[in-house]
Design a binder for this molecule. Structure first.
Ligand code: ADP
Length: 225
């Protein structure tokens, strides 16, 4: 299989006065197209940071990042954002829905990035609302939803434009177990159709859906199985 992502010696630190605190250390990682990878490790290990770098949401790091045939590390932030919009769906741990847009409007955003025509957009949003059983919530704002419902909208938004790469940070953390299983089944199906998936989770059950798990500790990759 071809390589989708290659990280070489990626490092991330925070500077506070003279003190430099490393959050990721010499991360070398290759992710193949069609792979379903899980990142695990204790809280504070650097999992979310690594996912943000993969998603091109963080550019304050050193090292090399190759995505498809493109070298990401020399690109300006604007170009990275374009790659993110074109290829990547991201499920945020804290949802990050846009507060002053309705559920419907939140779901439309990724489609607007891909130049989907408005009629087709409406059909895709309708189908997605139906699939996530949220038709009755479409005109509500995020603040009118429970945490679990916001998480579902966050997942729906991440997958709606059929991204090549799906990145998910604790995507089922606020769902009850049956809903969590449904989301993992959905991820499995998407993966079967070719979507590359990287998830961060504490759940062994969620990890069991993936092909490979890497363990992070204090910013280092300490294991892969
Ligand atoms: P995980 O997802 O594994 O829980 P994170 O990637 O969220 O870990 O965080 C890794 C480390 O980076 C933590 O020790 C955290 O305190 C630190 N960190 C995250 N954001 C900042 C920040 N803005 N300033 C300083 N340290 C930060």
């Amino acid at each position: 299989m071809t390589t989708l992502i290659r990280l070489a010696d990626v490092e991330r630190f925070y500077q506070a006065g003279p003190t430099r605190t490393y959050v990721l250390r010499r991360v070398n990682l290759e992710i193949r197209q069609g792979e379903f990878l899980t990142i695990m490790g204790p809280s504070g290990a650097g999992k979310s940071t690594l996912l943000s770098i993969l998603g091109m949401l963080d550019s304050s790091w050193t090292g090399e990042y190759h995505f498809l045939d493109e070298a990401v590390h020399p690109l300006p932030q604007k170009k990275r954002v374009e790659l993110n919009k074109r290829y990547i769906g991201f499920v945020f741990q804290k949802y990050h829905l846009i507060d002053d847009l309705t559920v419907y409007e939140n779901l439309e955003i990724p489609l607007s990035y891909r130049d989907v025509k408005s009629k087709e957009r409406a059909a895709i949003v309708a189908e997605t609302l139906d699939r996530f059983q949220m038709v009755g919530k479409k005109d509500l704002y995020p603040s009118q939803l429970s945490g679990g419902q916001q998480q579902l909208v966050g997942v729906a938004r991440a997958v709606i434009a059929s991204p090549q790469l799906l990145l998910a940070d604790e995507p089922t953390g606020n769902l009850h177990s049956a809903q969590g299983e449904e989301i993992m089944e959905l991820f499995s199906r998407l993966n079967g159709q070719g979507t590359t998936i990287v998830q961060v989770t504490h759940s062994e059950r969620n990890a069991s859906y993936g092909h490979r798990t890497i363990q992070l500790r204090d910013g280092w990759i300490v294991g892969s199985e």
